[in-house]
Design a protein around this ligand. Structure first.
Ligand code: ZN
Length: 490
């Protein structure tokens, strides 16, 4: 979506310019108000979340996306070492959201939802594009949707993206709104940090930096140091097994999934528990590699630009046989949908563990609220605050031929997954059964009905917003003249 004028947006910009009035209230009162407004638990007491008045600065925003990072890697130990020591340290230094779900279990729809605060059924980014049917699902985020970068750019932020996932190439619509969008699938974590620091270096306006790291994504590249720190090579595994874990896993990965989905009749060669754990070790080493690169980014930016709000999250998780699957995008189990979300830096309360259920759709509204920017009416995310509000996710065909079509809702302790191909439902009690091993559908018909009802309403609302989320594009005079000439305008 391109720049345009709405009354509400002009109002928001004016409010920022009048910021000094806020400080006339007096520093003491301002601090109390800021604490009340910014403290999530205190906010729950208020009926409606109200944006704080704009502060004296417009902070820089650093959105750090770590692809395929499972929420459970923060706090995990291997070989006596923390897998992600830096992110773990932010539990004390920042605000950690403990119950966060990705809106989709693969990159492109999930990132589209994060950037637009709209679910997949609204933006319709999925595989299987049909350009001849304009209203059919597309694999490209339409230019008609306003992205996070476009939104902030309108308020004067300098928008910079550093990207390493080919799912987010500009031709898929995800570079919309970025003044600089540097992309290379070859960059490793340190290079992403280096490129990000280089691009924000000369920034004279507040910046919105989006840095996307790929290490925890197949094939799980990691530094030698990180592997050694976590105990590679593992003891007691024969050399050929280690080779398989390290070099042949990608081949095995596809053979395993094809067999699981009935596309191959021969099962893949047996993969022992020791080999499986070696693969998990490599994933953990990738997590540690990225943790160190993110630490360098956060610490350097914090020194150079103290007024920076860091937002650290993942677009989805990763499966390691948890439900007899691998990778991501084929299921909506917790290992694929639960993601980390950490806020740190500018005006962020330290040491807060936030337990309200959160969707990645909420991150844009949450940060806009924190900065006192106006919310868009079409956003479907909200400032997270209600303890029992439902959170949704979905996945549709990460690869065309696999025809996956799943919807999910988490409500209270319950998680319902509906398979739209078979019409089957699975119901899990996440408190009693966090590993989602026991399907309670058959014995809990009323709860299933409640979940299906929530899903039905959600999809209905998402579809209704397909137009509302789109730009009302003012016609420029040249276009008006052309339309007049062919009889579309008087
Ligand atoms: Zn991804």
């Amino acid at each position: 979506m391109t720049a345009h004028n709405h009354t509400e947006e002009t109002t928001g910009a004016d409010r920022l310019e009048y910021a000094p009035a806020w400080w006339a209230i007096g520093a003491g009162l301002a601090m109390i108000l800021a604490a009340v407004l910014l403290w999530p638990n205190a906010r729950e007491a208020a009926e409606e979340p109200r944006p704080p008045a704009a502060g004296p600065h417009r902070p820089n925003l650093a959105l750090i996306v770590i692809d395929a990072l499972r929420a459970d890697r923060i706090g995990a130990r291997r070989n006596g070492q923390a897998v992600m020591p830096f992110l773990e340290s932010l539990r004390a230094a920042g605000t950690v959201y403990q119950n966060v779900w990705a809106p989709c279990s693969w990159t492109r729809p999930s990132m589209s939802s994060l950037f637009t605060s709209l679910p997949m059924e609204t933006h319709q980014v999925r595989w299987s594009a049909d350009p001849d049917k304009p209203d059919s699902p597309s694999d490209v985020l339409s230019d008609a949707f306003e992205t996070w970068a476009e939104y902030l750019r309108e308020f004067g932020w300098h928008t910079i993206g550093v990207q390493t996932n080919p799912n987010c190439l500009p031709q898929f619509g995800l570079a919309q709104g970025f003044e600089n969008y540097a992309f290379s699938a070859e960059w490793r974590a340190d290079q992403v940090t280096g490129k990000a620091l280089e691009l924000i270096g000369g920034s004279e306006r507040p910046f919105f930096l989006y840095a996307h790291y790929m290490e925890p994504h197949l094939p799980y590249p990691s530094s030698e140091d990180a592997r050694a720190a976590l105990g590679w090579p593992p003891e007691g595994i024969p050399a050929p097994d280690l080779d398989t874990a390290q070099q042949d896993f990608k081949t095995y990965f596809w053979a395993y999934l094809r067999y699981r989905y009935g596309m191959a009749s021969t099962p893949p060669p047996d993969f022992s528990d020791a080999r499986r754990d070696a693969v998990r070790l490599l994933y953990d080493a990738a997590c540690l590699t990225v943790d160190r690169a993110v630490q360098r980014l956060v610490e350097t930016v914090s020194r150079q630009f103290p007024d920076t709000l860091f937002i650290i999250l993942a677009d989805h998780g990763e499966q390691f046989w948890d439900h007899e699957l691998l990778g991501h995008g084929l299921s909506l189990f917790e290992e694929e949908t639960r993601v980390p979300l950490i806020l740190y830096g500018w005006n962020t309360p330290a040491g807060v563990l936030e337990s309200a259920p959160v969707s990645l759709l909420d991150v844009l509204p949450l940060t806009a609220f924190r900065m006192g920017l106006p919310a868009r009416q079409h956003w479907m995310g909200t400032v997270p605050q209600l303890p029992d509000r439902p959170v949704f996710s979905a996945t549709r065909a990460p690869w065309p031929s696999w025809n996956t079509d799943l919807d999910m809702v988490v409500f209270g302790p319950w998680k319902l997954i509906r398979d739209n191909n078979t019409r089957e439902t699975s119901l899990y009690d996440l408190r009693a059964d966090p590993g989602e091993k026991i399907n309670r559908s058959a014995e809990s018909e009323a709860i299933v009905r409640q979940g299906l009802d929530l899903l039905g309403k959600h999809v209905e609302e998402a579809i209704a917003r397909r137009q509302a989320g789109r730009e009302i594009r003012p016609l420029d005079d040249a276009v008006k003249e052309q339309l007049k000439a062919i009889g579309y305008l008087e």
